[in-house]
Each structure stands twice: as structure tokens, then as C-alpha cells.
Design a protein around this ligand. Structure first.
Ligand code: PLP
Length: 378
């Protein structure tokens, strides 16, 4: 049986990584009986803020919710245009659509799968109210050269940093650069809370709005509500808080984050070395010296990609495609525009198995299988 010879974990494209301690932390919350927003959620927020070196962090129920609340807290709403790469997880676009705003799709740099300053500049219109760069693969997106232009026009920078928890740029943590930044802590992200997300607000007022939006539009904090007989609903809001069950999970993960960061970085470098022999596969660069890599993506010939995917899947290797471009999705047809570069890249990308538990041997195994599949289908 071939499956028994596969290196462990190579069948999964991505996977959570547990350190031990998560189950006990969750069990303690279950026993204590308070499962919603609570002191542990607040401790989690403070711990993330401390780790990033920022004043405040607002924890929410998912990365998608972080983007929605981030946009709303910054005043983005119906009719506002938000520039976003087409090559991202559909959640980025759904968040823009959810607040009634208009996604303006742009291309990315094929070498990094991230937007460029020129790409953003070329897409600015009188209706542009925000730019949402996606920190693809964990790589920080440097829009410094156009920050003045954006600021002068009152255009918000809201980073989809779902891939990039722990990454750095110019010596600063992603999340501490002054942009409104949103993280995801879903099961396969660099840091997980099981499910969850966080917003790094730009001011105490933005933090206050985000906290109100995440919990029914309530004006008072948890402590304040405990000592009053009424509360004020001051604006819109749904149930989008991070539960203490998830916060407890996340606190254990955060304590051991350096282990995960080292494993991800090491694995990405192992792939880079193994792939250096393979001219038919171009590695998408994540700026590994500064980033905590989220994935490992190669570009191969568009003619071969689907067949190589099928061959490798057939061998039990967890390849994937991240992501099918959004400008061609039926739900976003209204906002379709021709994006030749993204169309091309969308047919070339292939994600290799990438998660902290994967061994060097597994990475070499995956690359050898890729090499064989490329030769067999050329
Ligand atoms: C995971 C992800 C999200 C959404 O985060 P969830 O926590 O899954 O809701 C948004 N954008 C990108 C690029 C992602 O990878």
C-alpha cells in the first residue's frame, strides 16, 4: 500500500499545530462556566497587543469579522470603493461587500502575489475610500512610497494580515505600522484560537467603535454593565466577540508562538533549497528573513497545473490552489474587470503541503513528486 510510505503530514495542505496545554486550558474554561466574552478574552487582547508592541487590540470571532468590523469602525460603508487584489481568499472581498462597499479588483506582482504601489496608484478613483492590501504568504506589503498620497486623499489603509501574524517589516511587527490591521486566528493560520480574529485599531475611538460593533452595539463595557440596571445600545452591532474558550486556546498558542515561527521559517527555507534544482517551478517569495511564512506556493506552466495537481493529489500529496481569482467569481460579477496578470497567475499557482509539523523529508518528498509530475506531463 502506497499510503503507508508517505511521510507524515504530507497529505495535508495545511493543518493546525498543537503544543499540548490547549485541551487543559479549554477544559478549565468549560469547568468555570463562562463561555462568552470575558476576562480571558481581555487577557488575550492584552497579550497580543504586548506581543505586537501596540496600545490596544480588539479580539473578534473570526478574521472575516475583523475585516468587516475594521471597515465599519473606520467609517467605510455603502458606495465607498475599496481597492483589493483579486488574488486573495474570498473572505477579503466578502467583507467589503458585507459593509455595502464596492470592491475595485487589482492585479498583483507575480513574484510575491502582493499588490504594488504602482498597481494601487493606477486604480485610484474619486470614489476610492480604502485600500486593502493582502499580506500574501505572510509577506508585509510596503506601500510607504504612496502613503502620503493616500493620506492626503483621506484613503484608509486596512491590511488583511490573515497570513501574517508574527511577520516584520523594517524592524516593526506587522500590525504596528500605523495601518488598521486585521488578523485571522482560524485553524490553519500562523496563530490559532480555533476560530477567531483581531483588529489593531489606530486610535482609542476606533477601538471603542470596534468593541461596540462586535457586541450588539452596546456602549458599556462588560464591567460597566455588571453594575448598572440598564445599558445603552448606541449603534449597529452583532454577536462577534471572541469566546473565552477560544481565547484560552489562543493564549497557549501565543506562549509557544516562537516555536511555530521557527518551524514555518525552517520549512519554507527547506522548500526553497529543494526547489532551487527545479527550473520548471518558480517559488513565490515571502521575504522569509522578515516573515513567518503562511504557505509555500510555486508557479508552474498553466498548461500543466491542473494535471500536476491531479497527479499529486492522486499520490496522496496535499497540494492546493490559493486562490481562484475573485474577479471571475459569480458572486462578484458586478465588479469584474479584465485582469490579465491575475488570470495568468491564477492558472499557474500551486500550494505545496505546508504546516509546522511537516519534516524536511516530507518537503523533499513533495518536491520530488512535483518534479516527476512536471516531467510526466510536459
Ligand atoms: C483566512 C483568511 C481570511 C479570513 O479569516 P477567517 O478567520 O477564516 O474568517 C481573510 N483573508 C485571508 C487572506 C485569509 O487567508
Amino acid at each position: 500500500m502506497q499510503t503507508t510510505t508517505l511521510p507524515a503530514g504530507v497529505g495535508q495542505n495545511a493543518s493546525p499545530f498543537l503544543h499540548g496545554g490547549e485541551a487543559a486550558a479549554i477544559a478549565a474554561v468549560l469547568a468555570a462556566g463562562q463561555y462568552g466574552h470575558g476576562p480571558l478574552t481581555e487577557r488575550f487582547e492584552q497579550s497580543i497587543a504586548h506581543y505586537l508592541g501596540v496600545e490596544d487590540v480588539v479580539a473578534v470571532s473570526s478574521g472575516t469579522t475583523a475585516l468587516v468590523i475594521g471597515l465599519q469602525a473606520a467609517g467605510i460603508g455603502p458606495g465607498d470603493e475599496v481597492i483589493v487584489p483579486s488574488l486573495t481568499f474570498c473572505a477579503s472581498v466578502q467583507a467589503i461587500v458585507a459593509v455595502g462597499a464596492v470592491p475595485r479588483f487589482i492585479d498583483v506582482d507575480p513574484a510575491t502575489l502582493c499588490v504594488t504601489s504602482d498597481g494601487v496608484l493606477g486604480a485610484l478613483s474619486p470614489d476610492t475610500r480604502a485600500v486593502m492590501p493582502v499580506l500574501y504568504g505572510g509577506r508585509a506589503v510596503g506601500l510607504d512610497s504612496i502613503r502620503d498620497v493616500l493620506d492626503a486623499r483621506g484613503i484608509l489603509l486596512i491590511e488583511d494580515a490573515a497570513h501574517a501574524f508574527g511577520s516584520r517589516t523594517k524592524g516593526r511587527m506587522v500590525g504596528s505600522t500605523g495601518a488598521l490591521t486585521c488578523f485571522s486566528f482560524d485553524p490553519i493560520k500562523n496563530l490559532t484560537t480555533g476560530q477567531g480574529g483581531a483588529i489593531v485599531p489606530r486610535s482609542p475611538e476606533e477601538a471603542r467603535r470596534a468593541r461596540s460593533l462586535r457586541l450588539f452595539g452596546l456602549a458599556q463595557s462588560r464591567e460597566e454593565r455588571a453594575s448598572i440596571t440598564s445599558y445603552a445600545v448606541e449603534g449597529p452591532g452583532l454577536r462577534s466577540e471572541l469566546s473565552q474558550i477560544n481565547a484560552a486556546f489562543g493564549l497557549v498558542q501565543l506562549k509557544h508562538f516562537s516555536t511555530v515561527a521557527a518551524k514555518r521559517t525552517h520549512l519554507w527555507r527547506t522548500y526553497r533549497e529543494a526547489l532551487s534544482e527545479l527550473d520548471a517551478a518558480l517559488l513565490v517569495d515571502v521575504d522569509v528573513d522578515r516573515s513567518v511564512p503562511f504557505n509555500c506556493v510555486v508557479r508552474i506552466s498553466a498548461d500543466q497545473r491542473d494535471t500536476v495537481f491531479e497527479v499529486m493529489r492522486g499520490q496522496g500529496i496535499g497540494v492546493g490552489v490559493h486562490y481562484p481569482p475573485n474577479h471571475s467569481q459569480p458572486a462578484f460579477a458586478t465588479w469584474h474587470r479584465p485582469l490579465a496578470v491575475t488570470d495568468e497567475i491564477g492558472r499557474q499557482i500551486l500550494s505545496l503541503p505546508f504546516h509546522p509539523a511537516l519534516s524536511d523529508e516530507a518537503a523533499h518528498f513533495a518536491v520530488a513528486a512535483l518534479s516527476r509530475a512536471l516531467r510526466a506531463t510536459s
